[in-house]
Design a protein around this ligand. Structure first.
Ligand code: ATP
Ligand code: MG
Length: 802
């Protein structure tokens, strides 16, 4: 995407588009290219940017008053003449060139159609935005009724003394519209993603306001900034996005929502940034894997969130959600619907949320009351409460009056969760003294909506990747949606897992297994598209993805090479098992018997053969696959892993109390000890805490000797015995760095950070906490294991004994 072609504006004359384009350019501080005054624009660009437009032979110099001095008898041409001259060049190519070699931000207005060389296409204002500047970030089509345009023309003409009657002008304008319409019947239309503004009943000021709002809300990736700024205005502090692999929470493989890394604080721990927090969080949901290929579920996605830790509650949360959607994002409330908790035998109907939405103007029939989807609890017991989800009508079809939650054209975009109650072991429920709010809004879904797309992958978040896949495969997205979506989605997820500080590599367990499956499935679908999988297709897609995101996530910059190598290695491995798998396939089918479910699952589980591959190969041999049997086996397997992870989840939540807090502090001590024992260049590379042990990864090029391990243990236990105080201070980032505090990913932290200091500078680390008050609370520290984690990284497991 050429980022400097900002806006292409067109539409019939008399709509005010020229004035609007100029004012818009002024407002945004962009350069304004009026192709109606093409020659002047070109002269300006040549003068300032020495752009070769291919007419240099003819042109001697540009005069100070922006006229061109030409060779031969046309010594000094006037604007009109030169305009005609330059018009013979293809405007679109020229502008693309200008955009490519300058940093000028362009707003292009008008009349581009007349200068196209493409004889087969009759270009018109309505299609210029589709055909000439497909890359323009924003396409705006400005229109007005024929009567209104005639009225404006009439007034203009009257001023210059022309007395043509109004009716005649209306007639001629209508005739021209009709001629335009007839000329391009069926073949051309307004760019699908153009913003259409009807200025008939609006003043220039009103129209301009709408354009500015439109531009500002749909800058790609900018949704995140809009949201964070809005929440900061409402008194929130921005916290950094946590890694995709939870640092201290073994209950899940990946952070599945913005609230995940905040669980300790939602459970009552004091957050160093206060009681109002906001962030954008990288999320990975493996339970959505089956949905990938649809238009609005991704494995990896970004979630915007705002939290109240015992601060504001329903009124503020709902009012702000509504304000952000309708005032900042400009979403018409007619396209919104919400759900509220209907109530059950334990907890009453959420009257308050209902009344809030109603008072904001959501009509009764758009407030659905449901039970299952509107009650949130993390485990069996603990904090819980009703939630309220917001839906958007994402369809061209007329919007029904009433909100039917079963209708998939209503897409959920945001969820406000109210942690209002606590559920006890005996099943009873009491009100929490400190109530929390947890909200989550999907960046991809909301961006697609803002850009008027019914398919997330057609929004600016995905189009660069889809285009690249189209280019690599030589196929078009249309007709190949599923494979292209899967490739894009899975590679994006793989990129973020590989780049994560946890240092995950493809493997057969936990996160590594998910990573492996994602890469293999992407390869499989690349094969479907006839992509030569041994080419660098995956490297190209991954590179583009990293370019798109590395402004927001610095690990993509730091670990670029690791990501590319990780993908490559797994591809090589898959190629190898693919062969083994094919041999296995030959073996199991040598009697030409149909393939039963267990075998199909075995091919999947052991050789990474997706069902479709087995089916395809079977088909070639004229065999059938027991698909139901496969799914039954698959489900069995899934259930096993689900119960496992649910069990873990509860454990994690319950344990996220004192024990884990102790391990947290012990982690800082171990880090400090290793700096003394191994060397000052040792830094944390990853950490993971359960209520049973801590795990600490650090850079080190050798296996620790028994002596070194003993020294580290002794140091930590010495500090525990000394009963050192743990101090928490807020300071600016600069101060923190100057003070020598240990920190990773410094740029991810807000301007004011918290630094935990243990004792008299035994350890000083930038950290969100929580920590114990004094090291004497820790117990006895013991290293239970020391092993390699990855190249140049060692891993220590340790426990605290009472
Ligand atoms: P759905 O029912 O549509 O899967 P959800 O109920 O799982 O959504 P929440 O858990 O409430 O969604 O997450 C909050 C927000 O995160 C959603 O409103 C949505 O915008 C976004 N979201 C959730 N899952 C995904 C996903 N797989 N891909 C992209 N965005 C998602
Ligand atoms: Mg879901």
């Amino acid at each position: 995407m050429k980022e400097n072609i900002i806006v292409a504006i067109d539409g019939p004359s008399g709509t005010g588009k020229g004035t609007l384009a100029r004012l818009l350019a002024d407002h945004l501080g962009y350069y304004y290219l009026d192709t109606g005054l093409y020659y002047r624009s070109i002269a300006y660009l040549m003068l300032n940017y020495h752009i070769d437009i291919g007419a240099e032979d003819e042109i001697i110099r540009i005069t100070n008053d922006l006229r061109l001095e030409m060779k031969g008898d046309r010594a000094l041409v006037n604007d009109i003449e030169l305009g005609n001259e330059l018009r013979s060049m293809e405007v679109n190519k020229l502008v693309a060139k200008v955009a490519a070699i300058t940093d000028v931000r362009l707003i292009i207005n008008d009349k581009i159609r007349r200068y196209s060389h493409d004889k087969d296409i009759v270009l018109d204002g309505r299609d210029v935005t589709t055909l000439i500047f497909p890359d323009a970030l924003h396409k705006i089509y400005i229109t007005a009724s024929a009567e209104e345009r005639a009225r404006r023309r009439f007034n203009q003409m009257k001023e210059s003394g022309d007395t043509t009657p109004f009716e005649d002008i209306v007639e001629s304008i209508k005739a021209r519209d009709e001629a335009d319409r007839v000329r391009k019947v069926g073949s051309l239309k307004i760019a699908e993603d153009a913003y259409v503004l009807d200025t008939s009943d609006k003043s220039i000021e009103e129209s301009l306001k709408l354009l500015i709002k439109y531009i500002e809300r749909v800058k790609p990736m900018n949704l995140k900034d809009l949201y964070i700024n809005f929440m900061i205005e409402k008194g929130h502090k921005q916290i950094p996005s946590a890694p995709v692999v939870p640092e201290n929470d073994p209950s899940v493989l990946f952070n599945t929502a913005g609230m995940q890394p905040l669980i300790p604080y939602l459970m009552g721990a004091k957050h160093p940034y206060g009681t109002r927090l906001t962030d954008y969080q990288k999320c990975i949901r493996t339970n959505d894997l089956d949905n990938i290929g649809d238009t609005y579920h991704h494995t990896f996605f970004e979630m915007l969130g705002n939290w109240s830790l015992g601060d504001y509650f329903k009124k503020e949360a709902i009012t702000w959600s509504f304000e952000f959607l309708t005032q900042v994002l400009n979403i018409p409330k007619e396209k919104l619907a919400v759900t509220v908790f209907a109530g059950n035998d334990l907890i009453p109907f959420d009257q308050e949320s209902h009344d809030l939405w109603f008072s904001l103007g959501i009509p009764e029939e758009r407030i659905a009351r449901t039970t299952e989807d509107n009650f949130w609890i993390a485990g069996e017991t603990g904090p819980c409460g009703p939630d309220s989800e917001m839906f958007y009508w994402r369809s061209e079809d007329p919007i029904p009056e009433a909100f039917d939650t079963e209708d998939v054209r209503w897409v959920e975009i945001w969820n406000d969760v109210f942690m209002q109650f606590e559920k006890h072991e005996d099943g009873t429920i009491t009100e929490l003294p400190n109530k929390n709010v947890d909200t989550g809004m999907g960046v991809e879904r909301t961006t697609a909506i803002l850009e008027g797309k019914t398919d997330n992958y057609a929004s600016s978040i995905w189009t660069p990747i889809i285009k690249l896949i189209e280019e690599i495969s030589g196929l078009s997205y249309e007709g190949n949606e599923k494979s292209m979506r899967i490739i894009a989605d899975h590679l994006r997820t793989a990129v973020f897992i590989l780049a994560d500080p946890a240092g995950i590599k493809p493997s057969n367990t936990d996160q590594g297994y998910i990573l492996r499956r994602l890469i293999r499935r992407a390869i499989r679908h690349a094969k479907n598209l006839n992509i030569d999988i041994n080419s660098d297709w995956d490297q190209r897609i991954a590179s583009e993805l990293m370019n798109m995101y590395d402004n927001y996530y610095s690990e993509l910059r730091d670990n670029r090479q690791i990501v590319l190598e990780g993908l490559l290695n797994e591809k090589v491995k898959f190629n190898r098992t693919l062969e083994k798998g094919l041999r296995e396939f030959e073996k199991v089918t040598k009697d030409n018997k149909d393939i039963d479910g267990v075998t199909a699952f075995h091919l999947f589980d052991t050789y990474g053969f997706p069902l479709e591959l087995t089916e395809e190969l079977a088909k070639e041999k004229g065999l059938k696959v027991d698909v139901d049997g496969y799914h039954a086996k698959f489900k069995e397997h899934q259930e096993l892993s689900r119960t496992a992870s649910q069990g873990k989840f509860k454990g994690g939540l319950a344990g996220n109390s004192e024990i884990e807090t102790r391990y947290h502090t012990a982690t800082h001590l171990l880090n400090a000890a290793l700096k003394i024992v191994v060397g000052p260049d040792v830094h944390q590379r990853g950490s993971n805490i359960t209520d049973e042990r801590m795990r600490f990864d650090f850079n080190c090029d050798h296996k620790l000797s028994d002596e070194e391990k003993k020294q580290a243990e002794d140091l930590v236990n010495g500090w525990i015995k000394d009963g050192l105080d743990v101090r928490c201070e807020e300071m600016s980032k600069e101060e923190a760095i100057a003070s020598g505090a240990e920190c990773m990913f410094i740029e991810k932290y807000p301007d004011i950070v918290t630094v935990y200091t243990i004792g008299d500078n035994v350890s000083k680390e930038l950290c969100g906490g929580p920590h114990v008050k004094n090291t004497s609370e820790l117990g006895h520290f013991k290293i239970t294991k020391e092993e390699a984690s990855s190249a140049g990284v060692r891993r220590i497991k340790a426990i605290l004994e009472q």
